[in-house]
Each structure stands twice: as C-alpha cells, then as structure tokens.
Ligand binder design. Structure first.
Ligand code: ADP
Ligand code: MG
Length: 328
C-alpha cells in the first residue's frame, strides 16, 4: 500500500468531538469554554523502548497508553491525539494489529485520532495527546507540601521484572512471566484516578522512569524532601507471591535485595505517584474507589530537602538508586 492508502485504510476515522480530523492540513479541536488544553508528546523507538518483534497490537496499545498516562498525571480528560509513524515497510498484517491495539485503547478513553504523519525509516512512534482540564485545576508536580502523604497507584516493578526475564537476565516460571509481561507491554493508564484526584492531590506525576527518580521531579519542582518506606513499596510488586510464598526458593533477604530495585527504580510502571494532605486520607480512599484503582501510601513529604529511603533495617538506600536518564 502507498502512504495515502495506508492512512485511509488504518487511521482515518469519522470525527466525533473534533471539528476536523484526518485528511486536511490541520485538525481542528474545540476545547470547551473555561477549560485548558493539556498537551503531551512521547516517542517510542524500536530497540530502545520496545523489542522490534513485539506483538503489533500490544505496541499500538502501549504507544497511546504512555501518552494517556501523562494526561492522567495532570488530571486531564483525554480528547484527541496525533500519530507520527515511521515504518521500515508498509506491512499490512503489522499495521492491522498495530491499529487495532491503538484504536481499542483510544475508544476505551474516548480519545480520537485526528491526524499525524507517515514516513519510511527505522520503526518509531510519536504520539501527541490533547486533553481537557477545567481552568487552573490541572495536577502539577509543584504543589507537594511538607507533611503530605506520598501515594502510588496499582502495582510496581513487574514491568522491569518482565524486561529482565526477556533480556535473559532472570529466569521466571511461564505464568509469572506472562503476568509481568502484560504490565510491560500493555500498561493501564490511570486516567480515571487522575480525574478523581483533581482538587485533592497536591502534586502528581506518572511513573515512567522509576519511583525514586520520578518522585525526585516532584521534590525538585515543589522544593521539598521526602521519606520513602522501601518495604511498603515492595509490597506493591504484583509478582511478589512467587518470591515470598511458602514454596519459594528465595530467602526473605534475597527477595528484598531483588525487590528494592524493581519497586524503587524499575520504570515502565505507568502508575500515578501523588501527594495529598494527611487529613484527606478518607477522600483519597474514596477517589481510589471511584476510579476502581488501588492506591497505597509509601512515604511522606518533608520540609528537609533530599530523599531518604528506609529499608527494613532503617538504613537509607537512596544513594543506591539513580533514575534512568537517556543521556547519562
Ligand atoms: P501534509 O503533507 O499536509 O503534512 P500528510 O500528507 O502528511 O499531510 O497527511 C495527510 C493527512 O493524513 C493529514 O490530515 C495527516 O494529519 C493525516 N495523517 C498522516 N499520517 C497519519 C497517521 N499515521 N495517522 C493519522 N493521520 C495521519
Ligand atoms: Mg506530512
């Protein structure tokens, strides 16, 4: 197929809320009066962010999921997105799988594909998402206050566990790998939670690079410090039963040493990390219930700058974990 047939066949769809979608020089969006547009871009590059032979359906899902996760972190309602696709070849079976994974997640969030660009080259996917948030109500990285609780949604570390296994660094039983791999390949953006946290969370960020590194961004923007309980964080590893259950071959000390880096610096979790005042615990629990997304407390914000990460012995682990930086 040629470029224009390809776009028409896989990516052109009738518009819903947008005034104009695929097919003209620009798309047109109509944000409602009293709202702000929340805009974010993320690129996935083959060999760096995903294995080039990953199932195309999963890749389509993940490319949009990581972008929706940024909207979630701002408490924005997804509206629309653009797709810049660089493809080594127009492989129709691959395109059909990719489009179905992408558009299924888009439909689940009412987020419409309104345009993009298609070029030949090494496989890479850039999505820009547009969301809507009532004027002045976006969740930011900059509002954390001393004394606030620090919360994380969902589970931590399983994506990194799968990555380690797929890279041959760690054998896992097939059922443990299958679950962890879902967390790596098809993360669930926490959009409903982000919306429920508007006016309640004092700051928020989505976890793409690892808990400590991403928390570091909140600390910097909010000019505060934090204490994190490492043993509360490792409780959030969904696969932990395999390592700590009655038939496990790992000692609890072995498990802790493996679990700390997974939960604290794993990356690719696409959960929300947020802060809220300690007197709002009941409201946070209510927001989590409304969003049908579990949340757990993993620490608190301090006026004293810096990050202290306590392990089971009360030792500070912070120095052992640096966040992922593409150019470091
Ligand atoms: P232009 O040359 O004006 O930049 P293009 O020829 O690149 O336009 O694209 C034609 C139309 O198809 C535009 O509306 C563009 O937004 C849309 N489009 C191109 N690639 C994609 C894609 N991968 N997904 C969705 N829409 C696309
Ligand atoms: Mg173009």
């Amino acid at each position: 197929v040629g470029e224009f047939d390809l776009i028409a066949r896989y990516f052109a769809r009738p518009v819903r809320r947008a005034a104009l979608g695929v097919g003209d020089d620009c798309a047109l969006l109509c944000p409602r009066p009293g709202t702000q547009l929340a805009i974010s871009t993320d690129t996935l590059v083959a060999g760096r962010h995903f294995f080039a032979d990953v199932a195309p359906h999963a890749l389509g899902h993940k490319a949009l999921a990581v972008n929706l996760s940024d909207l979630a972190a701002c408490g924005a309602q997804p509206l629309a997105f653009t797709l810049a696709l660089t493809l080594p070849a127009a492989d129709e079976a691959w395109l059909a799988g990719f489009a179905s994974g992408l558009l299924a997640l888009a439909d689940a969030h009412g987020c419409e594909l309104i345009g993009g660009d298609t070029t030949a080259g090494p496989l890479s996917i850039t999505i820009t998402v547009f969301g809507e948030v009532p004027q002045g109500r976006a969740l930011l990285r900059s509002g954390a206050q001393p004394g606030d609780d620090i919360y994380v949604s969902g589970t931590l570390g399983d994506a990194r566990l799968a990555l380690n296994a797929l890279q041959g660094q760690r054998p896992l039983p097939p059922e443990v790998l299958a679950h962890a791999r879902q967390r790596l390949e098809t993360p669930s953006p926490r959009v409903a939670l982000g919306l429920a946290l508007r006016g309640l969370a004092t700051s928020a960020i989505d976890l793409s690079d690892g808990l400590l590194g991403d928390l570091g961004h909140i600390l910097e923007r909010s000019r505060v410090g934090a204490e994190v309980e490492a043993d509360d964080a490792i409780e959030l590893i969904a696969s932990r039963a395999y390592f700590t259950g009655a038939t496990s071959q790992f000692s609890s000390e072995d498990w802790r040493q493996q679990a700390y880096p997974l939960a604290l610096a794993g990356g690719d979790d696409y959960e929300l990390l947020f802060t809220a005042a300690p007197q709002c615990r009941a409201e946070v629990a209510q927001a989590a219930a409304t969003a049908q997304t579990p949340v757990a407390r993993v620490g608190r914000i301090t006026a004293q700058p810096g990050l202290r990460v306590r392990d089971a012995q009360g030792q500070n682990l912070a120095a052992h974990f640096a966040s992922f930086d593409h150019f470091a």
